[in-house]
Design a protein around this ligand. Structure first.
Ligand code: GLU
Length: 469
């Protein structure tokens, strides 16, 4: 039997990192089993779907290595509405489902407000289909439903605690529970790997598989992803969109490595592991069922490690979207013709060891390409204290006289200028750095000045000096 798994996102918002984690687990599992990965877009919630969310999912999957064209689909759930209705009808005809015209108020009037769920009032009324009549599944009164789950063992549900749940609404449209099962069935899905939040649906869905006469899939409910307060990651509260991480400059390799650590660990005492090793070592049945903490700080540190491990040429290439801007990444503050690739290449290795996400490249190098540096006023106030004017005057004179404009000579010169004023190098650097780059922190100063060149450095020092008058 060929293993067939599916990833079945609903296109109702940005692509959630938890979804990306499940997609990768499905992807690897299929690969390990020599199976097939199917992408199904569950687009039946017409009010909340938007085509751009679907496109976002496809491109985000592509970004983390689930490339368009290398999987089956995408299929769109909305194209199978006929099959969903036919299954509902079959269940009705076979006596496994019945029509019900109770309103919520009717049910509550009978059961009292405390009791949750449907009381089975219409079970044996033999109602015909009709406007406003929902179709309910007749759950067995006895026995239990045992779910075979690779992550959770065998969660067992007593059938008598499962209400007769709705499978098609009063307007005849099948609900998610049924559509999802019918599609999995017709797509030949053998393993359903999805987030834990769907576990409560699973006994109901398994009953539907049984009632439709098909052997249910093996399930794997992977852990919910939580924030530092142990709350489920939510798009209103947390940064959850994979696209947001991409546009901030997380590397796809770092991201997918990190996502795979949510609930699972590679062998040995290591976390940064090449993708082929993860593909080989990952075991679905080793996934820990407890909630997985999405630690953004750790991800950031991870990404910094990945950035530092890049060959410099790859780093330069990886920075490009932030140096030019794209459809989703804001353009840098300089004009395209102000950018100097040689100057960038000269400072790139210095930046590579200092940034944790690629978007941080821009504030580190903008002083090289802008005619005037962007002055951070707080930095200015901090650096341009008493003695700054005098120090700048002396630095200007000394730099003008420098024979060789290189980092080492610049450093020795400023060191001497500082020493004459009883200042350590760190203190002497501050006004020069702010005058030239606009900031108090950044790339190593003297290398920066070397690349910026004598004329532009002196122009900026003089401009700062004028401002201090
Ligand atoms: N469309 C569902 C979701 O996005 C997926 C359900 C499933 O994987 O079975 O939550």
């Amino acid at each position: 039997m060929t293993v067939r798994v599916r990833f079945a996102p609903s296109p109702t918002g940005m692509f959630h990192v938890g979804g990306a984690r499940s997609a990768l687990q499905n992807w690897i599992f299929a690969k390990q089993q020599g199976g097939v990965f199917v992408l199904r877009i569950e687009d039946t919630d017409a009010a909340r779907n938007r085509p751009e969310w679907t496109e976002g999912i496809l491109s985000a999957l592509d970004w983390i290595g689930i490339a368009r064209g290398s999987y089956e689909g995408p299929y769109f759930q909305s194209s199978y509405a006929g099959e969903h209705r036919a299954a509902a009808q079959r269940l009705h005809e076979g006596g496994r489902a019945y029509y019900c015209d109770c309103t919520r108020e009717d049910v509550q009037a009978r059961t009292g407000p405390q009791q949750r769920g449907y009381d089975g009032f219409c079970r044996d009324r033999g109602l015909e289909p009709g406007e406003g009549r929902a179709l309910r599944f007749r759950t067995p009164d006895e026995g239990e439903t045992v779910v075979v789950d690779l992550v959770r063992g065998e969660p067992t549900f007593e059938n008598k605690l499962i209400e007769d749940f709705v499978i098609a609404r009063g307007d005849g449209s099948p609900v998610f529970l049924l559509a999802n099962v019918v599609d999995d069935m017709s797509m030949g899905i053998t393993h359903v790997i999805r987030a834990e939040e769907h576990l409560p649906n699973t006994p109901k869905q398994q009953l539907l598989w049984d009632a439709l006469g098909v052997k249910p899939p093996v399930w794997a409910h992977v852990p919910v992803v939580v924030n530092e307060k142990r709350q489920k990651l939510s798009k209103r509260r947390d940064k959850v969109a994979l696209e947001a991480y991409r546009d901030e400059g997380y590397l796809a390799d770092a991201m997918r490595n990190y996502l795979m650590l949510l609930g699972w660990a590679p062998s040995g005492d290591r976390e940064i592991v090449p993708w082929p090793v993860i593909e080989e070592e990952f075991r679905l049945d080793e996934v820990n069922p407890s909630p997985a903490f999405f630690d953004e700080k750790k991800l950031r540190a991870f990404n910094g490690d990945y950035i530092r491990a890049l060959p410099v040429a790859d780093f330069v290439e990886a920075c490009r979207p932030w140096l030019t801007g794209t459809e989703t990444i804001a353009p840098p503050p300089w004009q395209p013709d102000e950018f100097d690739p040689a100057a960038f290449a000269a400072v790139a290795p210095l930046a590579q060891t200092r940034i944790a996400v690629l978007s941080e490249i821009v504030p580190n190098v903008d002083f090289l390409f802008l005619a005037d540096p962007l002055i951070d006023e707080a930095a200015w106030a901090k650096a341009m204290k008493e003695g700054a004017a005098d120090l700048l005057d002396a630095a200007i004179v000394a730099f003008e006289a420098l024979e060789s404009w290189d980092a080492e000579s610049l450093k020795a010169t400023l060191e001497a200028v500082g020493a004459e004023r009883g200042l350590k190098l760190g203190k002497a650097q501050a006004p020069v750095r702010v005058a030239v780059t606009g900031r108090t922190v950044g790339l190593p100063l003297f290398e920066s000045l070397e690349v910026l060149g004598r004329d532009r450095t002196l122009t900026r020092l003089r401009a700062a000096r004028v401002r201090l008058v």
